[in-house]
Ligand binder design. Structure first.
Ligand code: ATP
Length: 210
């Protein structure tokens, strides 16, 4: 996917979170959205992906040169963020079958294979509610990384992961980003080290809004 932002700005009440953002996010590239806590990284990620409305400016989405209307973007994105919830009443196997009906996995990746890739074979019949926070994060990441979607959004991807979990993320993100547009909102250099570009939300923040 390609996203073209033109004069993009977002204001909550009287506060401009960012303003005057003009940027071309090219297909097949990964961009880290950086900035301190509360600077607007998640807001920028959600605005760029059409999940919250921009206050001003335009966004144009396209796949293989064909314009994609904003209402079709959710179908084409995969998203992992701390504030997204899993269906905790289902077992891991049930959740994977339910989730992949709406958000299919990449060709060749079955729910069974995904469980192996997550090293969660022993938990296949465990309720997601009973997963540790690190196991839940690994599950959320796997569903996004291995989704068949041209846009991949990762918000603080190593939240709740221990050292082994971080190594797992780095291994699997490396094989998941090819040919996709990837946006990573982060404060942790290790989790966005693979990104070719960086965009600091503060460059388009309060100063730009004056
Ligand atoms: N729905 C909302 N209504 C009003 N203000 C909001 C809303 N969502 C976010 N904000 C404000 O926008 C600013 C940026 O928040 P955001 O969550 O985008 O920052 P962030 O850089 O992702 O922070 P963190 O690193 O702590 O996750 C904050 O001041 C926040 O209070």
């Amino acid at each position: 996917m390609q996203i073209e932002a033109n004069g993009l700005g977002k204001r909550f009440h009287r506060e401009w979170i960012f303003r005057g953002l003009t940027h071309l996010f090219r297909p097949g590239t990964a961009t880290a959205l950086l900035g301190p806590n509360g600077s607007g990284k998640s807001t920028l990620l959600n605005t760029l992906s059409g999940q919250i409305l921009a206050t001003e400016g335009t966004l144009t989405y396209s796949v293989d040169g064909q314009v994609v209307p904003v209402e079709e973007v959710p179908r084409r994105l995969a998203y992992c963020a701390p504030y997204l919830e899993l269906i905790e009443e289902l077992t891991l196997t049930e959740l994977l079958h339910f989730h992949t009906r709406f958000k299919p996995l990449r060709p060749g990746i079955t729910p069974t294979r995904l469980i192996e890739l997550m090293y969660l074979e022993k938990s296949r019949h465990k309720l997601v509610r009973d997963f540790s926070s690190g196991m839940k994060q690994r599950l959320k990441l796997a569903l996004a990384l291995y989704a068949d979607s041209p846009l991949l959004l990762l918000d603080e991807p190593t939240t709740n992961l221990d050292r082994t979990g971080v190594e797992w993320y780095l291994e699997h993100v490396a094989v998941s980003v090819t040919n996709r547009l990837v946006l990573v909102s982060s404060n942790v250099p290790e989790e966005y080290g693979f990104c070719q570009q960086q965009l600091s939300v503060t460059d388009f923040g309060a100063k730009a809004a004056r």
